[in-house]
Design a protein around this ligand. Sequence first.
Ligand code: ATP
Ligand code: MG
Length: 879
Amino acid sequence: MTSKETRNQFLNFFKEKSHKIVPSAPMVIKDDPTLMFTNAGMNQFKEYFLGNTVPKSTRVVDTQKCLRVSGKHNDLEEVGKDTYHHTMFEMLGNWSFGDYFKEEAIAWAWEFLTSVCKVDPNSLYVSVFEGSEDADNLKMDDEAFGLWKAIVPEDRIIMGNKKDNFWEMGDQGPCGPCSEIHVDIRTPEEKAKVSGASLVNKDHPQVVEIWNLVFMQYNRKANGDLEPLPAKHVDTGMGFERLCTVLQGVQSNYDTDVFTPIIREIETIVNGKNRQNETKYGQDPEIDIAIRVIADHIRAVAFSIADGQLPSNTGAGYVIRRILRRAVRYGFTFLNTKEPFMYRLVTVLVNTMGSAYPELKEQRQLIENVVKEEEYSFLNTLDQGLVLLDSIINSTKGKEVDGRKAFELYDTYGFPIDLTALILGEKGYTLDEKGFETAMQAQKNRSKSASAVSKTDWTILSDDVEQEFVGYDMLNANVKLVKYRKVVSKKEGEQYQLVFNMTPFYAEGGGQVGDKGYLEASQGDVVYILDTKKENNETVHFTKNLPKNLNVTFKAVVDKKQRHRTAANHTATHLLHQALREVLGKHVEQKGSAVHSKYLRFDFSHFGKMTPQELREVENFVNARIDGQLALQENRNTTMSEAIEEGAMALFGEKYGDTVRTIRFGQSIELCGGTHVQNTGEIWHFKIRSESAVAAGIRRIEAITSDAVKDFYFENNRMLYEIKDLLNNAQDPVKAVVNLQEENAKLKKEVEQLLKDKAKNLKGELQTELQDINGVKFLAKKLDLDAAGIKDLSFEMGNNRDNLFLLFATEQNGKALLSCYISKELVALKNLNAGTIVRELGKYIQGGGGGQPFFATAGGKNPAGIAEALEKGKNYLSS
Ligand code: ATP
Ligand code: MG
């Protein structure tokens, strides 16, 4: 069965059991402070388990793009080394939100595997939670045990501990016991030797977990206590690639049709024109690991970029960058790839997965560009790192290289530590691994304590589940507090988070910042709302203090000015998007946006720098629509297909609900949840401040509107008046500046000539002052010349002489300068060194310096010491 058929079969099986097929949520998560990437199918349904939102369908089935490379689930270091963990993988899942529970979940899982997929029941093992005697004091899951016993022989049921059979999303939140299904795909001979049951959960590559059925029935509170959830849910996750391994009768995920086309392409690229000594997968364990790493990582990177996450230096972008670099480095070290090559795998990936995930197909060009550019820059880093590593080796005494230095190389230049160790080994050195670990740990601790956040449990005042957002229509509302908690972090100190039954405050999202404002109790005490964010689909308001009285009706008031400026920038962002597609072409797609009150930022796909002419056209296009006073046409409740029909564009990597909101101004129409002006006239004016590159094929425009534009023009005007003032109120300041420049150039020339003449005269005078000390012509003197003048003079005097020793000094801007010139012949003959001399004499002027044996200078902060320094100079000859 092909992987494509397997995927469809799963979805259809549950569809027939009244499940609704829903799309995968984006793999890169935006607007969730607790999670960067989707790491399990359940992430997108968190709010249903917590009871924050009522689901529209209580039975759902999907396949979810997951990435396990950070946080609680991090498989990165396993990937490539084993054959069944990936960074990015698909998780097939069926879901019950307060609908069916253990009985159906278990029966259907068994039916799907054994009846539909025809997996031999004798190769399957299942596990059941055995209970725990720790603080949670949980009893064994007899219910699941009883249900399984009716289907499988008891010797195939394995009792599992908390680590394997109690699933928790994170430190807090929904959790519960689970039953895993494991498959033994060993050969009959091997099976005869060792029983499969003894290999379950023992990291055996052919006895692996494929499906986990989680029975959500508890909520883990901040203090560690478990409380029963109001409703019970089913959350299952089956590794799609592992299922394909089983159904295609192969021994590794990398031998399925999900990966083999990619692996063949890697071989082709690596071998190039080489027809002897061909590299092939399956012949050398080290090379195999490298090939698996590359085949796996290109998927993770390509899917992230398609979801709108570009590699970068921070956060999620940095995680992606590290994955890509891991692959490049494996290629570099084991496959000898010294040129970018990963980007050449994008085509096969699109061919194998593009039909299930059209975003790959549509963004192919962009993915290739970005990957290629990243590869170039990392290969460059590797080159530089190799040079630095050489210099570290050269300065190493003994055979062990300082771990702190290796850490520096890793931390500052991104040079991978395993590569360092490898190169050191090749050159007969060892790495002080302890020192490296200590430095690494110290840095981890620093960043951990900087980002540590502690939260109390929510204190619930009422169980109002749906918090209405009324902020599209009004900027204040009478609200009641539903729940609150205290949050302490190093960055923000102590803060409170408040959730109301309804709110006019817009929570950060879709690139737009959260509203600020205040909360007023009837008695007149006021609490400021510093920010508003979404968490698990709830609108959380941040404050420094709690209101005195919690059980009253508050007036919640949004900061009008900030909201207006933000709205103006948001509407302008839409017009800018439209303008770019009009002026540059339809290839322009939004790749990111930030809408603040003071400015807006818009990232978009486009291949080159915009010309000044294009920028002006874009500005004019937007301003024409502002002048045109277009009224807002909002549709809060339409379907995705209707919106697309109307001309709205869906963004990749964005999650859309069943109903969507469209925002139209004239011909600009977008799917958008943000706040906007009622009429484009309110934007007043649009001004681009900069256009720059963010990554290969991605440009960024920063712009301002409304009050910020006024400030911008006021400031420019003020500057112009100041300049005019300085130019004695010139009518035409540009012309006046040009005149000044010309005059300045002329004067500069004259001064240069004068200085030359002066030096010539001086040279003549000084020749007569030379003293003869033991056959050396010597002069020590303070001059009124700058450093360059002194140098020129010294070299001119030294021309055609082989016995000159000059010591000059000067005082410039309160600083002392000392210079020493010695004829090259003297340097050898008398064993003199100008560098040493200025360093020694430098102490009289409280400074230091150096240079070459025949010419050196020293600067110092004590001009009063010049006389003494010159005086001492003679000693070098008389002694
Ligand atoms: P394992 O012990 O093999 O790491 P897990 O206990 O971490 O698995 P779950 O969190 O229960 O796995 O995820 C559900 C299913 O997703 C697993 O049964 C497995 O089939 C699949 N899975 C988990 N992690 C990965 C991964 N890194 N790559 C591919 N599939 C995975
Ligand atoms: Mg795992």
